[in-house]
Write a protein that binds this ligand. Structure first.
Ligand SMILES: Cc1cc2nc3c(=O)[nH]c(=O)nc-3n(C[C@H](O)[C@H](O)[C@H](O)COP(=O)(O)OP(=O)(O)OC[C@H]3O[C@@H](n4cnc5c(N)ncnc54)[C@H](O)[C@@H]3O)c2cc1C
Length: 383
């Protein structure tokens, strides 16, 4: 017998889960169909770093502000632990200080603070713990953003799926690949569905059913290297940590006019980092281990082989900003996301019934709920 839903979501990554959540909030009956036995894509391979500051102005930032709010609510409801809050961006070059100060004058920077060298000693008094584990004395200043937080994605995504299933009545069909969609029904590897609407959230799987619908967007794939480190006992991060390379990369900072001088200097001083698209993000897990990345290689297919050289470059950067004395690599992995040169995300309206939703940048954990909200606000208003 055919199963009938008002919305069928293809893909159980964060973009699919966010669509299911937003659709249930609007009262639709929803099923998620996932080809794997569980989510194995970018959504569980990422840092779990829910970011607001540094997101591209307009849509991406707006979606990130909304998504952070939903994430916070869902962490409470679904029993997902927030592991740490706030981001510390260590500025090692005068050009980076200029970017940080310019950012504070924008709307996005309103609640952030730039601490000059002279005020480092006041950080504990201001309520910040463990800032002594940052190598602040070697930076010219530090930009602090209070908005970010971290979840352990490999635990958070299954918990979110459980919550949607048990508390929000979303039906999940695991190990079920969607093979084709026509005007009235959806054929999968296991059964057939009928749905009033279908949203395909394929992540980096650009070769399957979504292929013909999204060809015109000329998406590439971006492969990232990541690893988990054990460091000395008792080491605790004060929050997520980045360096001034990030100020030259994330659009909310990198598109400021002041960022050009920083980009030029980094290009001159660190060409090998630029070639591999390396910038540093460090976050911490409940067991004290650090999740560290990342690099960015772009191409028409996933980069299969992780490079030891890239890993060493990232670790060199890590030792420049953290007071760590030893490390051991516990895990290594790569992750892939689709990438567009023109937009951070896309909603392709295939027909009145079928849409494709893709985050075409490394921002999906931080923006998926906002993307899904935008999608339904417009789609359902057409009824
Ligand atoms: C290493 C790495 C680090 C990152 N770090 C961050 C970060 O810290 N913060 C942040 O905001 N973003 C980050 N990102 C980006 C973020 O992880 C992605 O934007 C987001 O996870 C994309 O979610 P998704 O649901 O589109 O894709 P995915 O998680 O890949 O899910 C897509 C799902 O669709 C399924 N699927 C595809 N085709 C079919 C079919 N025909 N039938 C059934 N199922 C199908 C796949 O099996 C897959 O499970 C990172 C990405 C990577 C790779």
């Amino acid at each position: 017998m055919k199963k009938m839903y008002e919305l069928l979501v293809v893909g159980s990554g964060i973009v699919g889960l966010a669509h299911a959540y937003e659709a249930r909030k609007r009262g639709l009956s929803v099923a998620i169909v996932e080809q794997n036995a569980r989510c194995t894509g970018a959504s569980i391979r990422n840092f779990g770093f829910i970011t607001v500051s540094g997101q591209g102005v307009k849509d991406t930032w707006r979606r990130a502000v909304y998504s952070a709010k939903v994430w916070r609510e869902l962490t409470q409801l679904a029993g997902i632990k927030i592991l740490h809050q706030g981001t510390w961006i260590l500025c090692q070059r005068p050009e980076a200080v200029e970017v940080a100060k310019a950012f504070l004058k924008t709307k996005m920077g309103e609640e952030c603070t730039f601490y000059e060298k002279i005020s480092y000693k006041d950080l504990p008094r201001l309520g910040f713990e463990n800032t002594g584990n940052l190598r602040l004395e070697e930076s010219l200043g530090v930009l602090y953003s209070p908005h970010e937080f971290r979840v352990e994605s490999r635990e958070a995504i299954p918990r979110l799926a459980d919550y949607l299933q048990t508390e929000m009545e979303v039906d999940f069909y695991w190990s079920t690949e969607v093979l084709s969609i026509d005007d009235s029904s959806i054929l999968t590897s296991n059964n057939r569905f009928e749905a009033d609407r279908v949203v395909i959230c394929p992540g980096s799987q650009l070769t399957g059913i979504a292929k013909s619908y999204i060809r015109k967007h000329h998406l590439e794939l971006c492969t990232l290297q990541m690893f988990r480190l054990k460091v000395q006992e008792g080491f605790i991060l004060p929050g997520s940590v980045m360096t001034d390379n990030s100020l030259a990369r994330y659009l909310g900072w990198a598109e400021l006019p002041e960022a050009q001088a920083l980009k030029d200097r980094i290009a001159k001083e660190m060409p090998e980092y630029l070639d591999e698209g390396i910038h540093l993000i460090v976050v911490q897990s409940a067991d004290g281990s650090l999740v560290v990345g990342d690099s960015h290689r772009y191409g028409s297919a996933e980069e299969v082989f992780a490079s030891e050289r890239v890993e060493s470059l990232i670790i060199n950067l890590l030792y420049k900003v953290l007071n760590i004395t030893e490390h051991k690599v516990m895990e290594r992995w790569t992750g892939v996301y689709p990438s567009s040169s023109v937009s951070d995300a896309l909603i392709e309206k295939v027909s009145p019934r079928i849409r494709v939703a893709i985050v075409s940048s490394g921002t999906g954990a931080s923006t998926a709920f906002g993307l899904a909200k935008d999608n339904f606000d417009e789609w359902l208003s057409n009824d």
